[in-house]
Write a protein that binds this ligand. Structure first.
Ligand code: FDA
Length: 308
């Protein structure tokens, strides 16, 4: 399985396959399992139907590593439209953004200016901007930027971050961020990292995930525990029971199209659940990372397509 995981991660960076897949109707049909359509209206429809099930959403306009400031600003415009639409429709939803899509590779100041405008917009419509975490070359800069944005007057509670349990450094980062009162989404981590920065062994990642979950749930801040792993969910529930933590003082988070059965059962048990809903034409790298997490999804998608 680790070989398949690496193969899918390598494919996620293959430019020709990406071009071909994103333009083909077969590619788009395959991606629809994990991607809620190509347009803003598609993702809003998905968020409405999720909302009707009592589940919250975070909307992600797909795209990474833009190459001009205009592209970065265009990406941000889509998020401004989303924040307005969420507000107008009264949806229980917020947005998730990637710094490389906001121009991080072109200049940290450019990305910070663009994200700062998004956070200010989120403040005016009482929403929230989650800054996703990308590869480890961006970790420190992402943390520094989110801390600066969160420290701006009025921004508290309107901008948050993601921490990855596979990184050796994450306990220290959580201590720093929670001391600032910053909301964190904890996930395992989806990028290819060397053993010098990340645990290579799933057992160690899982052990760290549980340790970090305990730090988050006892911090008094509203955080997100993002996983589909039943063992991690069971461990979270154990911590909740042992520490007498209220089920509404944090949320479970899952990806669109993954383990809908678990999403529903957690809601029925009285927990908050938020689903990460990606959309847009640049779906290929995201889709390949989902296949890397569970190569059996290839068979699952193929079977569903044959049924149609
Ligand atoms: P793990 O991969 O160990 O899988 C455990 C079990 O969960 C599997 O055996 C299977 O049953 C189920 N499962 C997992 N993935 C599945 C899939 N794709 N399809 C079907 N079943 C699946 N990463 C990152 O680096 N930066 C980020 O900002 C984010 N943001 C983020 C937001 C949200 C809401 C989620 C849920 C995840 C992320 N991630 C992320 C991705 C995350 O790091 C991780 O790669 C995936 O969540 C998979 O890890 P699991 O914890 O689900 O467990």
């Amino acid at each position: 399985m680790p070989i398949l995981r690496s193969a899918f991660i390598a494919l996620s960076r293959n430019a020709s396959l990406r071009r071909f897949s994103e333009q083909s109707s077969l590619g788009r049909a395959m991606s629809s399992r994990f991607v809620a359509g190509m347009q803003v209206d598609d993702v809003l429809c998905a968020a409405e139907s999720i909302h009707a099930q009592g589940i919250a959403a975070t909307l992600d306009s797909l795209g990474e590593n833009v190459s001009t400031p205009e592209e970065a600003r265009h990406s941000a415009d889509i998020y401004h439209r989303l924040l307005d639409a969420i507000h107008q429709r009264g949806l229980n939803a917020n947005v998730s953004v990637k710094l490389t899509q906001m121009g991080m590779d072109l200049g940290h100041d450019l990305a910070e200016q663009i994200v700062s405008e998004l956070v200010q917009h989120a403040v005016t419509v009482n929403s929230f901007v989650r800054v996703d975490m990308e590869g480890s070359e961006y970790t420190q800069a992402t943390i520094d930027m989110v801390r600066r944005l969160h420290a701006q007057p009025g921004n508290q509670g309107h901008v948050g971050i993601v921490i990855q349990a596979y990184l050796h450094r994450s306990a220290q980062d959580i201590a720093t961020l929670t001391a600032d009162g910053i909301r964190i989404r904890l996930c395992k981590g989806a990028y290819k990292e060397p053993p010098s920065v990340a645990f290579p062994d799933k057992r160690d990642v899982d052990g760290n995930f549980v340790k970090l979950t305990q730090m988050l749930l006892t911090s008094g801040i509203y955080h997100g525990i993002a996983t589909h792993d039943e063992e991690m969910i069971a461990a979270t529930k154990r911590i909740v029971r042992q520490k007498g933590i209220g089920p509404k003082t944090f949320e479970f988070q899952m990806l669109y199209g993954v383990r809908r059965d678990l999403q529903k059962s957690l809601i029925q048990e009285g927990f908050n659940v938020r689903v990460y809903v990606p959309f847009g034409t640049e779906w290929y790298p995201y889709f390949m990372r989902r296949l890397a997490e569970r190569p059996a999804n290839v068979l699952f998608i193929a079977r569903n397509m044959l049924k149609k």
